[in-house]
Design a protein around this ligand. Structure first.
Ligand code: RFL
Ligand code: PHB
Length: 391
């Protein structure tokens, strides 16, 4: 089988790239290791920057998001028992974020793909990448007992942190940078109304907590926990009790609890692989970089990569110019490192680090005090949270 671009991975990066290529008339296929239901079952991001919502609209899949997405023009920082509002709209000259789950973004992209009958190979086993340093790379896999090989001009590695794409680059050609945090996030999804109409990021002596949502009737909550925490230790009641201890009295009183519909622990990591292109292979999204979720940047960085990659491929195939391809990696990385810095900083500010003790807690509280009291400092937070502009 032959195509122009073979996309490995049908997460949000791969599906969005597919939608943009299809719109430009570029032939492509997607190869995904899991089933479509498995991909839809992963509960992840919730906050979309304007860059992401604009791109979803451009790709023709923004309609439901525009109808059902919740526009947020601020969020609360909670520390020393009191909440302080960060007014995103006022501090950034009108910018906002949209709360719309990654699951829904993925569902919209999958449905549009199905309607256009674009080829996606789910449940592909032994996916392997060949010949990326030559002119005609290939992707091979096994599906339903049949071996398949796809010949293409470019491969887009959109297969996440554990995918095969990054691992196919020779070690001498790639440099990685990594920081692993000594804690994780225990997340719960529940069909209860959110405790507040905006997100609450809480710094407490018991550790970080985040109150988020998916809709007026579905809430998403997280608490900082040891990374190797066995899930059995956290009954729903134990989770709600601990969350309450990390909230202010007003929120504690308002919190509606109920049975969880999903519960999982996510490790926190900062990671970047450089460069993001090797020969005919491009890395995009989590395949190239990971941020801790505190800044809500992961999915938004992924969509930024996809925008640059789709532009580069459209330039190559339609306008016969190679500049976009040559600059893809450096264009992405300049944005990626700024988001890495922000996510690391916000994570460091909001979490309890075992080694820094009471002194560390006091320093964090002083910085938070400064942050909410200084227009300069809160503007910088807001500017990064709504997303830096694409260059
Ligand atoms: P994904 O979503 O991991 O998709 C990769 C796909 O590739 C498939 N795959 C393979 N396919 C073929 N062959 C192989 N060998 C393969 N290996 C893997 C996988 O099955 C999968 O379907 O990467 P992608 O598309 O780059 O998307 C990235 C985002 O998923 C990620 O950055 C965000 O979820 C991060 N994130 C958040 N980002 C935000 O922008 N805002 C948020 O509020 C936010 N909250 C979060 C988050 C991530 C979290 N976790 C669990 C890490 C909250 C959490 C808790
Ligand atoms: C979420 O709703 O899942 C969410 C929101 C904000 C974050 C991380 C995750 O910073």
């Amino acid at each position: 089988m032959k195509t122009q671009v073979c996309i490995v991975g049908a997460g949000p990066s791969g599906l969005l790239l597919g939608a943009l290529l299809a719109k430009a008339g570029i032939d492509h296929v997607i190869v995904e290791r899991q089933s479509a239901d498995y991909v839809l079952g992963r509960i992840r991001a919730g906050v979309l920057e304007q860059v992401t919502t604009d791109l979803l609209v451009e790709a023709g899949v923004g309609e439901r998001m525009q109808r059902e997405g919740l526009v947020h023009d601020g969020f609360d920082l909670l520390f020393k028992g009191t909440r302080h509002r960060i007014d995103l709209r006022a501090l950034t000259g009108g910018k906002v974020v949209t709360v719309y789950g990654q699951t829904e973004v993925t569902r919209d992209l999958m449905q549009a793909r199905q309607a256009q009958q674009l080829p996606t190979y789910y449940e592909a086993q032994n996916v392997a990448i060949h010949g990326i340093d030559g002119e005609s790379p290939k992707v091979s896999f096994r599906r339903g007992g049949v071996e398949t090989e796809i010949e293409c001009e470019f491969i887009a590695g959109c297969d996440g942190y554990h995918g095969v794409s990054r691992q196919s680059v020779p070690q001498r050609a790639i440099k990685t940078f990594e920081k692993v945090y000594p804690f994780g996030w225990l997340g719960v999804l529940a069909d209860v109304p959110p405790v507040s109409h905006e997100l609450i990021y809480a710094n407490t002596e018991r550790g970080f907590a985040l109150c988020s949502m998916r809709s007026a009737t579905r809430s998403r909550y997280y608490i900082q926990c040891p990374v190797d925490e066995p899930l059995e230790k956290w009954s729903d009641d134990a989770f709600w009790d601990e969350l309450k201890l990390r909230l202010d009295p007003h929120a504690r009183e308002r919190l509606v609890t109920g049975p969880s519909i999903e519960k999982s622990v996510a490790p926190l990591r900062s990671f970047v692989a450089e460069p993001m292109r090797f020969g005919r292979l491009f890395l995009a999204g989590d395949a190239a970089h990971i941020v801790p979720p505190t800044g809500a940047k992961g999915l938004n960085l992924a969509t930024g990569d996809v925008k640059y990659l789709s532009e580069a491929l459209i330039e190559y195939f339609i306008e016969k110019r190679e500049a976009g391809i040559a600059h893809y990696s450096s264009r992405c990385l300049s944005r990626v490192w700024k988001a890495e810095r922000f996510s690391w900083w916000f994570t460091s500010l909001m979490h309890r680090f075992p080694e820094s003790g009471e002194f560390g807690q006091k320093i964090q509280e002083a910085e938070l005090d400064y942050l909410v009291g200084s227009v300069a400092a809160s503007t910088s937070l807001a500017e990064n949270y709504v997303g830096l502009p694409l260059q």
